[in-house]
Design a protein around this ligand. Sequence first.
Ligand code: CTP
Ligand code: MG
Length: 228
Amino acid sequence: MVTVILPAAGQGKRMNHVTNKVFIPLLNRPVLIHSVLAFSACPEVDNLVIAAARSEIAFVEKMLSGVAGIKPWKVVAGGSERQYSIANALAVIPDTVEVILVHDAARPLIKPRMISQMIAAAREFKAAGLAVPLKDTVKKVDEDCFVTETPARRSMWIMQTPQAFDAAILRQAYIHAAQDGFLGTDDASLVERLGIRVKLVEGSYSNVKITTPEDIIIAEALMKKRYG
Ligand code: CTP
Ligand code: MG
């Protein structure tokens, strides 16, 4: 069994939009629905767990109910941090599930083929993340914004989602993070703390995360190109 967790319980502060950014329509379909349909189109996926803000649960349930072709789904209440939203989703996933994927609802351009690749990678390597090579040079700086270091670009990758895991390993990573009070910005970082190696699978630069207003323009342009 393969279950996908889609965290959608953020506030989209950097988008500065009236609603949660995952409800913004792209080509007449909300960002969240694009993401949910991409996973529903992947034959290896069995079901979905969506984390929504408590005040938006009913709205999300209604939205999902109105769309045909979505794999069996469940909505859980999110938490104050992305990691807590995913922990709440993990709590409702039965032990019969072998592979768990985590995908930001805010990445609506993910392709079903990439999802299949990530599921295969989770089965082979136990922990895997979709990522792309860094295009820009990165600097480390001090508190006054003076450069302290220039890490070699060729060894730097940008993490995306989905990230895909052997279910038992992901559960263990979340237990350890909670015990230690560790808060990560992605799921792989929790698994890395267990000393387990995470395999990166090369994704696509078009798998953008909707974060700031210009991402809407970029995502819509990419979708128009894809769907004609
Ligand atoms: N997310 C979540 N629960 C939270 C915070 C974030 O489920 N407490 C989800 C978001 O809805 C999003 C994904 O995690 O789909 C990635 O987070 P991010 O891009 O940071 O979204 P937001 O937190 O909503 O945006 P911002 O940080 O700008 O407020
Ligand atoms: Mg956030």
